[in-house]
Design a protein around this ligand. Structure first.
Ligand SMILES: Cc1cc2nc3c(=O)[nH]c(=O)nc-3n(C[C@H](O)[C@H](O)[C@H](O)COP(=O)(O)OP(=O)(O)OC[C@H]3O[C@@H](n4cnc5c(N)ncnc54)[C@H](O)[C@@H]3O)c2cc1C
Ligand code: FES
Length: 263
C-alpha cells in the first residue's frame, strides 16, 4: 500500500450527484486490483478528519479513476475538486474480487446498484482481459441514476439496465432482473456491489440458483487500514462466526460467509 500525498487530478466529469475523477497515481495504479479501494483525504483542514473510502473504478496506465455519488460533507467537498488540484490518497486498500483462472470462456454476472457500479467497471475489464465474458446488470431508481450506462455499452459488454420507475430498461429492482435472466441462462459466477438490501436479496437468489458469488460490503471506516476495528462485522469463516474487518479482510467476501441483517 502506498500513500500518494499529491495525486494530481487529471480530469473530472459529472452527472447530477455522480462524479468521476481521474487521478495520476502511478504506484497505486500499478498495484491496484478490482474491488480494492482508496482512502481519500477530502479536505486540507481537520474537518472532515477521516479519510473517505472509495472503490477503484478503473485503472489505465499510471492513472486511477474514482466514481462516486455525493452522500454527505466529505463527498460534497470531493465533488468540488477540479483538474489541476491534488489529493492525498492511500491505497490500494483491502482484498478485491477473486479472479480465478477457471473464469476463462465463462459468463460472469456483475451486478451494481447505483453507485455500487463503481468497482465493477474495473472488474469487468479485468475479467475480459482474462478471457471471461462479463455480463453487467446496472440498477437505479431512475435514468439519472445510471450515468455509466453509455460507458458500459461502449465497452462492448452485454449490459442490462433496470430502473424502479421504468425510465430506462427493465421496470423494477435489479435483483428481479437478475432473477429473470437466471431462468434463461446459468452464469459461472456472480459479483455484486450496491445497497445492503439489494445484496442480501441477491445472496438468497444465488443460493437458490446454486450460483457462487462474492459481494463487496460497505461500512463507515475509521482508519481503513485494519487498526481501529471500527468496520468490524460478523462473518462466517470456516464454519466459525468471527468479527472481521471490512477494510482489511474485505471489503469483498464470498456470499456464504456473509451474515446479513435479519439472518
Ligand atoms: C470499501 C468502500 C468502498 C466505497 N466505494 C464507493 C464508491 O466507489 N463510490 C461511492 O459513491 N461510494 C463508495 N463508498 C461509500 C462512501 O465511502 C461514502 O458514501 C462516503 O464515505 C460518505 O462520506 P461523506 O462524508 O460524503 O458522508 P457522511 O456525511 O459521512 O455520511 C452521509 C451518509 O452516508 C452514510 N455513510 C457514510 N459512510 C458510509 C459508508 N462507508 N458506507 C455506507 N454508508 C455510509 C452515513 O451514515 C450518512 O447517512 C464506499 C464505501 C466503502 C466502505
Ligand atoms: S476502518 Fe479501522 S479497522 Fe477497518
Amino acid at each position: 500500500m502506498f500513500q500518494d500525498k499529491k495525486a494530481g487530478i487529471i480530469k473530472t466529469a459529472s452527472w447530477g450527484s455522480y462524479f468521476l475523477i481521474t487521478l495520476f497515481a502511478p504506484e497505486i495504479a500499478r498495484e491496484s486490483r478490482p474491488g480494492q479501494f482508496l482512502m481519500i483525504r477530502v479536505s486540507d483542514s481537520l474537518n472532515p478528519l477521516l479519510r473517505r473510502p472509495l472503490s477503484i473504478h478503473n485503472r489505465s496506465g499510471q492513472e486511477v479513476e474514482i466514481f462516486f455519488q455525493v452522500a454527505g460533507e466529505g463527498t460534497k467537498l470531493l465533488a468540488q475538486k477540479n483538474a489541476g488540484d491534488f489529493l492525498d490518497i492511500l491505497g490500494p486498500c483491502g482484498q478485491g474480487f477473486s479472479l480465478k483462472p477457471e473464469f476463462k470462456d465463462q459468463e460472469i454476472f456483475c451486478v451494481g446498484g447505483g453507485r455500487g457500479l463503481a468497482p465493477l467497471y474495473f472488474l469487468a475489464r479485468e475479467l475480459q482481459a482474462a478471457g471471461a465474458r462479463p455480463v453487467i446488470f446496472y440498477g437505479g431508481q431512475t435514468l439519472s441514476d445510471l450515468p455509466l450506462k453509455k460507458r458500459l455499452e461502449e465497452a462492448g459488454w452485454e449490459t442490462h439496465c433496470s430502473t424502479d420507475d421504468g425510465s430506462s430498461g427493465f421496470r423494477g429492482l435489479v435483483t428481479r432482473l437478475v432473477e429473470k435472466e437466471l431462468t434463461r441462462r446459468k452464469p459461472y459466477y456472480l459479483f455484486a456491489c450496491g445497497p445492503e438490501a439489494m445484496m442480501a436479496s441477491l445472496a438468497k437468489i444465488c443460493q437458490t440458483a446454486v450460483l457462487p458469488a462474492e459481494f463487496s460490503l460497505e461500512s463507515i471506516m475509521g482508519c481503513g487500514l485494519g487498526a481501529c476495528w471500527g468496520c468490524a462485522r460478523k462473518i462466517k469463516k470456516n464454519g466459525e462466526i468471527k468479527y472481521l474487518r471490512i477494510c482489511q479482510d474485505g471489503p469483498v467476501f464470498p456470499a456464504e460467509e456473509i451474515i446479513w441483517p435479519g439472518d
